[in-house]
Design a protein around this ligand. Structure first.
Ligand code: ATP
Ligand code: MG
Length: 502
């Protein structure tokens, strides 16, 4: 048996103990799913030489050096070993190849040989241990209890395979064997880690994000979901459902007692999440709630939020400390992005209720306009995370074709152009000045920048977005802005002046 090409490598992949103790039928299903997920993972990461062979008690994956990085991320893989050599299942051949492979490597170290028999090979494992063990001497010391290096020989009907490393995989169950759920994802440490735990237990996960804070926030959350999708979700195409919740925030602010805003908001998230879940035939919601972590997550508040869900709610982090969750987010790969998300403080009332009574919450929720959620859920955007290119999202969300109410308009042109004409109420911060100073601007506001063509201001808007601001560039620059003003009937103080670009 040999692999093709210099970088080709074969890996022996072991399944988790939980899978191997299942009934034959269940095990077959799990194992087939793992094979399918591994193929999908290798394809998604463009690993060449791929071939996954299902050998019942183990899988053999033929790939190259980069395959190991993929195997670490496919749930259901308990551990794996790069195969260092093959030999026919005969004692002399095993000893010859084993010596060639490991003689130099065991010198001066304590070592052990461990042969394992699998299926029709008649050779005794003990004989292989003794004979190969002796052949690797002299100059090395056999130590079966605390070896520095263990030479493994797996003897199968197809031949013997040699390896010495056993690399841990992520464990868990193959994604997809436990059905489908919807994770409410806010981009913070908790919801991403919660999603990871549920994926790890074999659930096909899709995401719902309620946008409360504009495009820059959305981009970060999409990036977090993309990490979960690209690094941990194989065998299916994860979707991110983006629901515009700004109308909900406005209604909460105007109709609901501020003390109850957080709890009612969570209820609305549960309701909308369940609606999406039902539409895509998912059986549960997943949240990043941890008991007592923030004021809306006291036992009483969780109990007051719970009735809004008519599906099972999974809270995998319920008993974890924040420090542990943050440490896990590094392993998941979402830590850096979630750090940025923390800077968004969307909606924190001064003194939120910590022991909400269900009737009081019902009463507050009842003050909201009926039918508030349905159109927002119906108009949600569904993103295919696998094919999504984050940079496309940047371009799409940098430009704007109107001035939203309450936005701060920034004229990024030189002062003399500003003096000649500017959007009513715009402040003048020429580009270099804006680049130096935007970090001092109020983070709670929305900014629309304009310059002659809208291109340089787009570059600054992008920097501002990366720093967590909601900032846009007016598409098409001053000429387009003037046309838009005309359409809107906004008076221009010098309509006869030539376009400042001329
Ligand atoms: P996280 O750390 O996950 O951002 P949090 O500590 O900010 O959460 P909460 O705001 O109380 O805590 O949110 C609790 C859970 O509710 C989150 O873990 C997430 O599952 C869900 N959630 C909160 N905000 C949103 C949102 N904007 N979109 C989708 N789900 C959300
Ligand atoms: Mg939290």
């Amino acid at each position: 048996m040999s692999t093709s090409g210099p970088a080709a490598r074969t890996y022996l992949v072991r399944l988790g103990g939980e899978v191997t103790t299942k009934s034959r039928r269940v095990r077959q299903r799990f194992q087939q799913k793992l094979v399918q997920n591994l193929r999908d993972a290798l394809t998604a990461h463009q690993v060449p030489f791929r071939h996954v062979e299902n050998q019942w008690s183990r899988l053999l994956v033929r790939g190259d050096d980069s395959t190991a990085g993929v195997l670490r991320r496919v749930f259901g893989v308990q551990s794996f070993s790069p195969i260092e050599g093959f030999a026919p299942c005969q004692l002399e051949q095993i000893v010859r190849v084993g010596t060639e492979l490991y003689h130099a490597r065991v010198q001066g170290r304590r070592y052990a040989v461990r042969a394992h028999r699998s299926g029709g090979c008649s050779l005794s494992a003990q004989r292989v241990n003794e004979t190969l063990g002796a052949a690797l001497n002299p100059g090395a010391k056999v130590d079966l209890d605390h070896p520095d290096i263990t030479v493994h020989v797996l003897m199968t009907p197809q031949g013997a395979m040699f390896y010495h490393q056993v690399i841990p995989g992520p464990g868990g169950l193959p994604v997809g064997v436990q059905g489908k759920a919807v994770a409410l994802i806010s981009g913070g440490f908790d919801s991403a880690v919660a999603a990871w735990h549920v994926l790890r237990r074999g659930v096909e996960l899709h995401y719902v994000f309620f946008n409360l804070a504009g495009a820059a926030y959305q981009r970060l959350v999409v990036s977090v979901a993309k990490v979960l999708s690209d690094l941990w979700s194989y065998g299916y195409r994860p979707e991110l459902h983006v629901v515009d919740f700004e109308p909900v925030v406005r209604a909460l602010r105007s109709d609901v007692n501020p003390k109850y805003v957080q709890v009612v908001l969570k209820r609305l998230m549960y309701r909308a999440g369940c609606q999406v879940a039902r539409e895509i035939d998912a059986q549960a919601l997943v949240t990043g709630e941890a008991l007592g972590q923030v004021s809306s997550q006291t036992l009483k508040n969780l109990a007051a939020i719970q009735p809004a869900a008519d599906l099972l709610v999974l809270r995998p982090l319920v008993g974890l400390d924040k420090e542990d969750i943050i440490a896990q987010s590094r392993q998941v790969g979402t830590y850096a992005l979630s750090c940025k998300v923390q800077e968004y403080c969307a909606l924190v009332p001064e003194k939120p209720v910590t022991a909400a009574r269900i009737e009081a919450v019902d009463n507050e929720e009842g003050k909201l306009p009926p039918g508030l959620l349905a159109p927002l859920v119906a108009q949600r955007r569904v993103l295919d995370l696998r094919s999504l290119d984050i940079s496309e999202l940047v371009v799409e969300s940098i430009y704007i074709d109107h001035i939203p109410p309450g936005a701060e308009v920034v004229d990024c042109r030189p002062e003399y152009q500003y003096e000649a004409w500017h959007y009513p109420g715009a402040v003048n911060l020429p580009l270099e000045e804006l680049i130096d100073r935007f970090k001092h601007l109020d983070r709670q506001r929305t900014y629309v920048l304009y310059c002659p063509f809208g291109l340089q201001s787009a570059a600054v808007a992008e920097k501002m977005q990366q720093a967590g601001y909601e900032a846009y560039s007016f598409r098409g620059g001053t000429a387009a802005l003037r046309r838009w003003m005309q359409q809107q009937g906004i008076p221009q103080d010098d309509p006869l002046l030539p376009d400042p670009r001329d």
